[in-house]
Write a protein that binds this ligand. Sequence first.
Ligand code: AP5
Length: 219
Amino acid sequence: MRIILLGAPGAGKGTQAQAICDHLNIPQISTGDMLRGEIKSGSDLGNQAKSIMDAGKLVDDELIIKLVTKRINVNDCKNGYLFDGFPRTIPQAQSLRLANIQIDLILNIIVDEADIVNRITGRRVHPASGRTYHVEYNPPKMPEKDDVTGDDLIQRDDDTEETVRKRLSVYHEQTEPLISFYKAWKQENDEAPKFIDVPGIGNISEISQRIIASIEQNQ
Ligand code: AP5
């Protein structure tokens, strides 16, 4: 299956992506993780992206489309994949459509803004694996340590309250219009991807079960 996870920053896309990908045995393609990998490696692309990401803005569409196109041609994507954080703008969504890249399902995770700010400012990340935790809602077994490797957890540079507010306004301006884009496409053409709104409030595993049930109904 080819799935897109939509949702505001902090809606739980990365958290739910892990459960969905384990269940379907498909790779998670997170453009945010890919960009953070580029920053860590010190590449030109990473150096260009760092200040944009730290300011809560979006990286150039053309650059993102190139990264994603290269990634989906890797062998592990043969049986499907899950996009987490892509597409993020109408031009990114148009690029998929124009390239005839068929998407089966779009899951749009919905969470209130007040919850989002709490979630993001309490998030901790294991950079090597992308595993995410929350100091209160999903704490690691040992404070500030990854459950699997015992490595130190970090707080992302763009997870300050000020940057979260900027990221939310960018989301409303540039990403939220994708909801109407995909709903309108489905109304005009039944071949368009199925679109499902998923309430993202509640226990993480309950939300995963809800999402997996929706996927099974739509397989
Ligand atoms: P990216 O890394 O994609 O960040 P984001 O979309 O802002 O999403 P987040 O990773 O912040 O949140 P999430 O929804 O994955 O939430 P999570 O599961 O971690 O992008 C970062 C930047 O890269 C962008 O700002 C942009 O600059 C650039 N970029 C990336 N893609 C791009 C693109 N396509 N085009 C242009 N630029 C791009 O959960 C958050 C927290 O909540 C965690 O602590 C988690 O434990 C907790 N949590 C999750 N679920 C629950 C629950 N049910 N109850 C309580 N807590 C929960």
